[in-house]
Design a protein. Structure first.
Lengths: 538, 299
């Protein structure tokens, strides 16, 4: 007695533990997918996002957007100004070119004035010397030498021959440079140059192309951070540098994060970083956005922008067609096996085959579909060449057929025998009794099987891998063309390219969409079943 | 249905059934008879006459090698209630289900001898099962209404015969009235039949069987799943229906057999032991086995 109680309790506890573990697993698997996937639809969109929507889809209020862009421009202006200023100190090529230009303009002026040949030669020589001294000042990396040269240049600034000529620019540049030399450590000029390039690259991700730059060809480079969460990541890249530093003798180098502010300490660029951190809000103007168009939009730049509309349509098409192929076959087979098959040994063999098929890995079905539908049957019938929605849905139909048959068989078998007896006793034939009494009574079970098969078909990747799916491409115009699909798209993004790492929300969004479709189908199965059962029960 | 050609109906002629022609059983074979008030005019049990609706001669039914019933010879008379009693497994249900060939559903059954309904050997290969079953209705042990509305339950058999529209509505009402269910369900015809109580469901099943306008009603322990009140109502119903229908009822309950039936057959181990008027059988059983059974010493 006591032992029985203990074993009863043990079973109860085991059941609860399993139930708890399953719930936990479900939450652990689905929770993050749903939460992160939701961020593809609900997020804090920046002014860049609104600009993109306006440019690509003409969504939003143009007037308000223009005002917002203007405000953002104003907030960004100090940043760009600071960069231009700093760049002048470290990037001497434009300065050298500018000096040469000033000298050439001076020569042109002298020629225009038709001065005497000797005077012309003297003045040009003097000008050239000064220019060369300035260039030497630019090119040296020793502060003392630079100061010395600059002093030499500036000693001529009162010379009458240069008064009111384009050559005066040279002296102005020298004055500018003296100020820069005082703030910039010339020894580290190259280092600064490289660091600035890094900052600019990160800044482009954050704010889009810098003013004066050519518009990039790729749409993904044409806009800054469209989302506030990604903006934070890009901001991090602006604010922090990664450096490899030796950890010690005979030890591998380690990566270390260094604040850029420290890197640029003492230069005119140093205030940029606190400014960015403080005013990024103003520069990007984030706002909570419900981007429901994610579910209807085509994707742009391999899912960098845009939505999953074609993927949803493809998945729905593939699933519905697969079910349309599989259900009539499956229900009729199940009905035959129960109503007419009896104890026929052939039926036993068929049933064993079906059960085995239900356990075959889906990639095997995919390869079968490739060999049979794509390569042989459909081209032979002249229906399609290569992979197509038709081939994919036929493959999926073969995949779910065992499920449909088994579910239908169970459902038909579960109908009380007395229904059929009653129908026969009223004079109905076997077929009519099945169609009018047994089948309707089995309908809830069959429908559940069908909808569970639908969710299986919607989620499968391997069967459509070779038969129907493409990662990117035009939206199909007929079922003889390949299509995109959520399952394959998720797979492709995961294994595909670097873009996925840059837009994790798109990846999660696609998986979330698939999971939601499957969950909705399952929920529909439950509700439909309950509804029909209630109706039958009265 | 009654307008169906009488001349070419083999059932209607006095000649023996024409074997090389498709046998069809129609209403006319059991054509409606005027109600008779005097039970005295009924034939007695040992009077074999053409008026027997069901005639069984040396009828045996085998499940594989095993006999379900053996050498049953009995006549069942119209517009009466015939009860079949006997211990479990004695073959009474088997015999009952042979009368409308419901045993065909069991694989490997085989019939020997003859079993005639209205003069037609129903085990003839050419018998139309659909017509047979419409003529010989059946009520099962457990109420088994279809998971459909009350109306559609009753209408099921009639629709098979092509009855539609207002005629169908009239028939449904008529059957429900006959089954004494109309008053209870007339407002809820659209509701599922499964929402009714057990007794109501069984009366619904009787009404459903009546809707094919049969002449014979087979009842396989129709009250065994019901409480005494529902049983009483069904018994009253049987009593009313016997004026128009030939009823064969299998029952375990000897009081019930004594209450409702005019004739009683006692089966044991697949054989017909004794068959006579109910009063005779219960008061003066001829066979020892019968006496033992009805007095409760056996079975």
């Amino acid at each position: 007695m006591n032992r029985r109680r203990i074993s009863d309790k043990a079973f109860t506890i085991a059941a609860y533990v399993v139930f708890g573990l399953l719930t936990l697993a479900l939450l652990l698997v689905l929770g993050p997918i749903l939460v992160k996937g939701a961020s593809a639809v609900l997020f804090r969109g920046t002014v860049e996002f609104r600009e993109l929507q306006m440019d690509e889809h003409e969504r939003g209020d143009a007037q308000a957007l223009a005002e917002e862009l203007e405000a953002a421009e104003a907030a960004r202006a100090p940043v760009f100004q600071m960069i231009a200023e700093f760049r002048r100190g470290i990037d001497i090529d434009p300065l050298v070119e500018q000096a040469r230009e000033a000298n050439r303009a001076y020569g042109d002026l002298l020629r225009d004035q038709n001065v005497d040949r000797d005077v012309y030669r003297d003045r040009r020589r003097a000008a050239r010397d000064i220019r060369n001294t300035l260039i030497e000042a630019y090119e040296t990396d020793q502060e003392a030498v630079a100061h010395d040269k600059l002093d030499k240049v500036l000693a001529h600034r009162e010379d009458s021959i240069f008064r009111d000529t384009p050559f005066e620019l040279i002296f102005e540049m020298a004055r500018d440079y003296r100020r820069i030399v005082e703030s910039v450590d010339l020894d580290h000029r190259d280092e600064y140059g490289r660091a600035l390039d890094e900052v600019l690259a990160a800044l482009r991700n954050l704010l889009g192309p810098l003013p004066g730059e050519e518009m990039p060809a790729l749409i993904m480079n044409q806009y800054g951070a469209t989302r506030w969460d990604r903006a934070q990541v890009h901001l991090e890249n602006v604010l922090w540098a990664e450096k490899w530093v030796p950890a010690g003798p005979n030890k591998p180098m380690v990566k270390k994060r260094v604040p850029r502010e420290e890197q640029f300490a003492g230069t005119s660029l140093a205030p940029l970083f606190p400014l960015l951190e403080k005013d990024l809000d103003e520069m990007l103007r984030p706002r909570w956005t419900v981007h429901w168009q994610y579910f209807i939009d085509d994707s742009k730049a391999s899912h960098f922008f845009g939505g999953v509309g074609p993927e949803i349509i493809g998945t729905v098409l593939l699933t519905i067609l697969a079910i349309l192929f599989a259900v009539p076959l499956g229900v009729v087979s199940a009905a035959y096996m129960i109503e007419c098959g009896g104890d026929n040994p052939a039926i036993l063999v068929i049933r064993t085959c079906i059960n085995t098929l239900a356990g075959v890995p889906s990639i095997v079905f995919g390869l079968f579909g490739l060999a049979f539908f794509v390569v042989f049957l459909l081209p032979w019938l002249g229906l399609s060449e290569g992979s197509s929605i038709l081939a994919g849905s036929l493959t999926l139909a073969v995949l779910v057929l065992p499920l449909v048959i088994r579910a239908s068989e169970e459902a038909i078998r579960a109908v009380p025998h007395t229904y059929k007896e009653a129908a026969l006793s009223l004079g109905a034939g076997q077929f009519w009794a099945f169609v009018t009494v047994t089948l309707p009574a089995a309908l809830p079970g069959i429908l559940t099987g069908i909808i569970l098969s639908m969710s299986r078909a919607a989620g499968e990747t391997a069967p459509i891998l070779f038969t129907a799916a493409v990662a990117l491409g035009p939206i199909p115009e007929s079922i003889a063309q390949p299509t995109r699909a959520l399952s394959y798209g998720s797979y492709d993004m995961a294994v595909g390219d670097r873009i996925a790492a840059m837009v994790p929300h798109k990846q999660f969004g696609m998986v979330m969409t698939l999971v939601v479709i499957v969950l909705v189908l399952n929920l529909a199965a439950i509700l439909l079943r309950a509804r029909i059962s209630r109706k039958l029960r009265g | 249905m009654t307008t169906e050609g009488e001349a070419d109906d083999p059932m209607n002629t006095k000649d023996p059934p024409v074997r090389n022609q498709e046998l069809r059983m129609t209403q006319n074979a059991f054509g409606p008879r005027p109600r008779r008030e005097d039970d005295a005019a009924r034939p007695s049990a040992d009077e074999e006459g053409p008026r027997a609706v069901i005639q069984s001669k040396d009828f045996s039914l085998y499940y594989g090698p095993k006999a379900g019933v053996k050498d049953i010879t009995m006549d069942i008379y119209p517009e009466s209630v015939t009860a079949i009693i006997g211990p479990s497994g004695c073959g009474k249900s088997t015999f009952l289900r042979s009368i409308n060939r419901m045993n065909d559903l069991v694989p490997n059954t085989r019939a020997e001898g003859t079993l005639q309904v209205a003069g037609v050997d129903i085990y003839d290969r050419r018998v139309n099962l659909v017509n047979l079953r419409q003529q010989v209705g059946m009520v099962f042990q457990n109420p088994n209404p279809f998971p459909k509305s009350i109306f559609n339950n009753i209408a099921y058999g009639a629709r098979l015969q092509g009855i539609r529209g207002s005629e169908l509505h009239g028939l449904v009402e008529e059957c429900l009235r006959k089954a004494a269910l109309w008053g209870e369900v007339k407002d809820v015809l659209k509701r599922s039949a499964l929402a009714l109580s057990g007794g109501q469901q069984q009366r619904l099943c009787i009404a459903r069987a009546l809707a094919t306008t049969p002449k014979v009603l087979l009842m396989d322990e129709p009250c065994s799943a019901l409480d005494p009140v529902a049983t009483g109502r069904i018994e009253d119903l049987i009593d009313e229906l016997k004026t128009n229908y030939t009823i064969v009822i299998v029952t375990h309950n000897m009081q019930q057999a004594a209450r409702v039936s005019d004739w009683t057959a006692f089966f044991c181990l697949g054989e017909l032991i004794e068959y006579s008027g109910t009063k005779e059988l219960f008061h003066t059983p001829q066979k020892k086995a019968t006496e033992d059974y009805i007095t409760g010493r056996f079975g």
